[in-house]
Design a protein around this ligand. Structure first.
Ligand SMILES: [Zn+2]
Length: 190
């Protein structure tokens, strides 16, 4: 009995030792938790977006629903939305998730304003143009024609944005200007 009791004590002590060891090992866990990928916040500003503010909110929701690693919120000026008259919409990116977008009022009367908005924001989120005429692609932009009103990034476009914001990227997504003087519809050139 005494041996068995002693054995139990050892087992109990072992469990305590393991628990203490476990706590010791687990101690640095806050640092581990902080390095766990979490959604990056991109604050956008619609103060100067005029009639396109609503589209900016819709585009932010579309991107938020399509991605896991980035959240767009109307909380600041990482991404400023402007509008202008003529010359085409464009995006100026300073870095990943930082820059500004200019929506061309006239272009937005020919092409879907929401598609333009999500497309231009796509540039700020790291995507280049891909003018291949495929309406299922958001970054095909105006090459898909005025009849294409698809405002949603395709799954591979969204996955690329997630990749960039997930901290796994192997290259810098840097400063660039994306001019989207999309083709004028044939009917308007007559
Ligand atoms: Zn573009």
């Amino acid at each position: 009995m005494p041996v068995r009791t002693f054995s139990r004590m050892l087992t109990a002590l072992g469990a305590i030792a393991m628990a203490v060891l476990g706590l010791t090992v687990a101690a640095p866990s806050p640092a581990v938790a902080e390095s766990t990928p979490r959604a990056a916040l991109v604050c956008y500003d619609t103060t100067n977006a005029g009639p396109f503010a609503g589209y900016a909110h819709q585009a932010a929701s579309i991107w938020n629903n399509a991605t896991n690693n980035v959240d767009l919120a109307n909380c600041g000026s990482n991404l400023v939305i402007y509008y202008t008259y003529g010359g085409g919409s464009y995006a100026v990116r300073y870095g990943l998730g930082v820059g500004y977008v200019v929506i061309d009022y006239y272009q937005a009367q020919q092409y879907s304003p929401l598609r333009i908005m999500t497309h231009e924001i796509g540039h700020i989120l790291g995507l280049p143009d891909n003018y291949n005429g495929d309406c299922s692609l958001l970054m095909s932009g105006g090459s898909a024609g005025t009849a294409c009103t698809n405002p949603y990034p395709r799954s591979d476009e969204a996955a690329t944005v997630d990749y960039y914001f997930g901290g796994y990227r192997t290259h810098t997504v840097g400063a660039e200007v994306f001019r989207d003087s999309w083709p004028v519809p044939a009917a308007m050139t007559n």
